[in-house]
Design a protein around this ligand. Structure first.
Ligand code: ATP
Length: 302
C-alpha cells in the first residue's frame, strides 16, 4: 500500500449464512478524496462501511485504513469517524451534552470545532436531539464526527431523509469541513445529483460486487454515449469500444461505451456525447444486473 492511501480493501468478503453481502471487493481510496458509494438497496454498501470501520469481521480478504486493520485497536479507530445510517444519537441528550460526552470518549476531541459548526448553523444546542428536525440531527451527527478530527470519515446515507435544501446545506457543510480539515470521505447515498456536485471519486456496488471504482473525472473521460444508425452498429464498433449498456429502437442504437484510450474516429452517421455521473452509474448497474442474474446461485451450487 502506498502512503497516499486512506482505505484499501483486497478480496474483501462478508457472508450471512449462505448469502454473500460483499464479495471479491478490491479497491483503493486515495487520501483527500470525497468518494461516493452507490448501489441499489442490499448491494452491500453498509456492509463495506461496517467492515472499514471494524464493526464487522471479514470472512475473506482484508480492509486497511491508513495501512492498519481497523479491528486492531484504539490506535486504528482514532483515525476513523463514522456516521451510521439514520444518524443514531442519544435522543434525550442535547447537542451540547453529546459534545461533552464525546470529549470523554475520544482521545482527540475538538469541542470548539463542533460548537462553532453548530452555532454557524443556528442549531439549538440545549434542546434534546430527539426534538430537532431530521436535517438538524444530521448536522449534529456530522459535527460530532468531525470533532473527532478523523482522517477518514465514513457516512452511511446521511442525507437520505433530508429535504432538498437540508441536503444541500449538509453537503455544503461537509465539503467545507473536508477542505478545512483535509479529511478523506466515503459517503453512501442514492442521490446521484447531490453526489455529482460533491464527489471526486466513485465506487459502484451491486449484488455484493464492485462494478466500477475510480476518479470521477477519469471515469467520465473514459466513457461516451454513441448514437447512430442501428444497421451500422457492428461495423461502427468494430471491436474498438467496450459496450457497457445498449438501447435500441428499430433505426437507432444508443450505446454507452468505454473508450480504448483516446477517442477514435467515428464511422459515418455516428456521434458521441459526453456522459455524466448518473449515465455512468445507471449503465454499470444495468450491465451488472444482467450479468449477475446469470451467475446467481454460484454459492448455492457450492
Ligand atoms: N445482519 C444481517 N443478517 C443477514 N443478512 C444481512 C445482514 N445485514 C445485511 N444483510 C444482507 O446483506 C446484503 C447487503 O446489505 P447492506 O445493508 O450492506 O446493503 P446496502 O447496500 O447498504 O443496502 P441499503 O441501500 O438498503 O441500505 C443484503 O442482502 C442484506 O439483506
Amino acid at each position: 500500500m502506498t502512503d497516499d492511501t486512506a482505505l484499501q480493501v483486497a478480496g474483501l468478503g462478508k457472508r450471512y449464512g449462505r448469502t454473500w453481502a460483499l464479495r471479491d471487493c478490491s479497491l483503493r481510496l486515495p487520501i483527500g478524496r470525497i468518494a461516493a458509494l452507490v448501489g441499489p438497496n442490499g448491494a452491500g454498501k453498509t456492509t463495506l462501511l461496517h467492515l472499514a470501520v471494524g464493526l464487522l469481521r471479514p470472512d475473506e480478504g482484508e480492509a486497511r485504513v491508513f495501512g492498519r486493520d481497523p479491528r486492531a485497536g484504539r490506535e486504528a479507530l482514532a483515525d476513523i469517524g463514522f456516521v451510521a445510517q439514520d444518524t443514531p444519537l442519544y435522543r434525550d441528550f442535547s447537542a451540547a451534552e453529546l459534545v461533552k460526552l464525546g470529549g470523554k470518549l475520544n482521545r482527540t476531541w475538538d469541542a470548539a470545532l463542533a460548537h462553532e459548526r453548530l452555532s454557524r448553523l443556528d442549531i439549538p444546542t440545549g434542546r434534546a436531539v430527539g426534538k430537532l428536525s431530521g436535517g438538524q440531527r444530521a448536522q449534529v451527527a456530522l459535527a460530532l464526527a468531525l470533532a473527532k478530527r478523523p482522517r477518514l470519515l465514513l457516512l452511511d446515507e446521511p442525507i437520505a431523509s433530508l429535504d432538498p435544501l437540508a441536503r444541500h446545506e449538509f453537503m455544503q457543510t461537509l465539503m467545507g469541513a473536508v477542505s478545512e480539515t483535509d479529511t478523506t470521505v466515503l459517503l453512501s447515498s442514492h442521490l446521484l445529483a447531490d453526489l455529482e456536485r460533491a464527489c471526486d471519486f466513485l465506487i459502484v456496488l451491486q449484488k455484493a460486487h464492485v462494478q466500477l471504482s475510480g476518479d470521477v473525472d477519469d471515469l467520465l473521460a473514459r466513457h461516451r454515449t454513441l448514437i447512430g444508425p442501428r444497421e451500422s452498429e457492428a461495423s461502427a464498433l468494430a471491436g474498438t469500444f467496450a459496450v457497457i449498456r445498449a438501447s435500441r429502437t428499430d433505426r437507432q442504437s444508443t450505446l454507452l461505451v468505454r473508450l480504448p484510450g483516446a477517442m477514435p474516429a467515428l464511422a459515418e452517421g455516428w456521434r458521441a456525447q459526453d456522459v455524466n455521473l448518473e449515465d455512468l452509474v445507471l449503465a454499470y448497474l444495468t450491465a451488472g444486473s444482467e450479468a449477475r442474474t446469470q451467475t446467481q446461485g454460484e454459492l448455492a451450487a457450492k
